[in-house]
Design a protein around this ligand. Structure first.
Ligand SMILES: NC(=O)c1ccc[n+]([C@@H]2O[C@H](COP(=O)([O-])OP(=O)(O)OC[C@H]3O[C@@H](n4cnc5c(N)ncnc54)[C@H](O)[C@@H]3O)[C@@H](O)[C@H]2O)c1
Length: 305
C-alpha cells in the first residue's frame, strides 16, 4: 500500500516506519525533522496546500504528527491548538480534497483527565486536565466528524505511557527515559510523592503491532470509526519501574522524594478489551523485558556518543 506517515521522524514514527517498510509498503514520511534512516519530506502538516500535493495517490495516512508536552501546553495553549487541531484539520482537508479517506490517528490517555474509575474504559468521561489532552480529544472529534460527514474510515488509538528504545524527546519529560538517564549518570532521581503512583507502561513494539492490525481492520471495515485504548492493563508503580531499571543497569538510583503534584492521579491504567476484540491485539511485552531492552539501547547509545 502507499502510506503517508506524519510525524514519521519521532519516537513512535521511527519504529512504525521501520515496521511498515519491512511489510513491503511504499512510504512517504512527513515531518518537521528528518528521520535518520529513511528519506523524509520536511513539511508542516498545517500547510494544507503542501499536504494536498504530498497526499496525492496515497491509500492511507497514519497521523502521528503532534506537539506532545502536556506541561508546555498549559503555558502555550494557542500553540497546541494551532499545531495539533489546525494540523489535523489540514491533513483531513487535504485528504478530502484528494478523495483519500482512511486515517489512523495517535490519540492519548490524556483525553480522560482524572479517571472516575480504573481500569479506564473508552466510554468513560473525557475531561482533559491540560490543553494537550483537550487538543487530542478535539482531534478525535474532527476525525469522527469526517467519518460521519464525508464517509471517512478512522481509527483513533489511545496510547497510555509508551516507552522503549529510541525515545529522544526534546526536552524529555517522560519518566522512563529520564529515570534511565538519571540512574546512568548517577544523578538524583526525582520522585513525586511516595512513588506509589501507578501507570500503564506499554512497550513500543506492541504499539507498532497495533498499528499494523489497525491497517488490516480499516481495510476490511471501511467508513467506520473505531476508538480504543492501547494499554497493558497491568499498572506498575513508579518505584517498581525504578527498581527494574536498577536491576537492568546493575546500579542503585539516588532517589529524592518531592511533594506530590496536584492533579496526579494515584492510579491510571486502562481496560484494553476493546482492542482485544476489535483489533485482536494485546500487549505482549512485560515491564522487565521492555525495560531491559530500553536500558540496553540507551547504555549503548551513550557509550557510542
Ligand atoms: N509518547 C507517548 O507516550 C505518547 C502517549 C500518548 C500519545 N502519544 C501520541 O503519539 C504520537 C507520537 O508520539 P511520539 O512520542 O512519537 O512524539 P514525537 O514528538 O517523538 O513525534 C512527533 C513528531 O511529529 C512531528 N511534528 C510535530 N508537529 C508537526 C507539524 N506541524 N508538521 C509535521 N510534523 C510535525 C515532530 O517533529 C515529531 O517528529 C503523538 O501524536 C503523541 O501525541 C504519544
Amino acid at each position: 500500500m502507499k502510506i503517508i506517515v506524519t510525524g514519521g521522524a519521532g519516537f513512535l514514527g521511527r519504529h512504525l516506519v521501520r515496521a511498515l517498510v519491512s511489510e513491503g509498503h511504499a512510504l512517504k514520511i512527513i515531518d518537521l525533522n528528518p528521520n535518520p534512516e529513511f528519506a523524509t519530506i520536511i513539511a508542516d502538516v498545517r500547510d494544507t496546500q503542501k499536504m494536498q500535493e504530498l497526499i496525492k495517490d496515497a491509500d492511507i495516512v497514519f497521523h502521528l504528527a503532534s506537539l506532545i508536552e502536556a506541561g508546555e501546553s498549559v503555558e502555550k495553549p494557542d500553540k497546541y491548538i494551532d499545531y495539533n487541531i489546525n494540523g489535523t484539520l489540514s491533513v483531513l482537508e487535504a485528504m478530502r480534497l484528494n478523495g483519500l479517506k482512511t486515517l489512523v490517528f495517535s490519540s492519548s490517555a490524556a483525553i480522560y483527565g482524572e479517571p472516575t474509575q480504573v481500569p479506564i474504559k473508552e466510554d468513560d468521561r473525557t475531561i482533559p486536565i491540560n490543553p494537550y489532552g483537550m487538543t487530542k480529544l478535539a482531534m478525535e472529534g474532527l476525525l469522527r466528524s469526517y467519518v460521519e460527514a464525508h464517509g471517512f474510515s478512522g481509527v483513533a488509538l489511545r496510547y497510555f505511557n509508551l516507552y522503549g528504545p529510541e525515545e529522544h524527546h526534546q526536552p524529555e519529560t517522560h519518566a522512563i527515559p529520564r529515570f534511565i538517564e538519571q540512574i546512568y549518570q548517577g544523578e538524583e532521581v526525582t520522585v513525586w510523592g511516595n512513588g506509589e503512583h501507578q501507570r500503564d507502561y506499554v512497550y513500543i513494539s506492541d504499539v507498532v503491532e497495533a498499528h499494523l492490525k489497525a491497517l488490516e481492520l480499516i481495510t476490511k471495515e471501511p467508513q467506520k470509526y473505531h476508538y480504543m485504548n492501547l494499554s497493558t492493563e497491568k499498572p506498575n508503580s513508579v518505584m517498581e519501574v525504578i527498581q527494574v531499571i536498577e536491576e537492568a543497569m546493575n546500579k542503585k538510583a539516588q532517589i529524592k522524594h518531592h511533594d506530590s503534584r496536584p492533579g496526579d492521579p494515584l492510579k491510571l491504567y486502562a481496560d484494553a478489551s476493546k482492542a482485544r476484540e476489535v483489533l485482536n491485539w494485546q500487549s505482549k511485552t512485560d515491564l522487565t523485558t521492555g525495560l531491559k531492552q530500553t536500558v540496553e539501547y540507551f547504555v549503548k547509545f551513550w557509550q557510542n556518543s
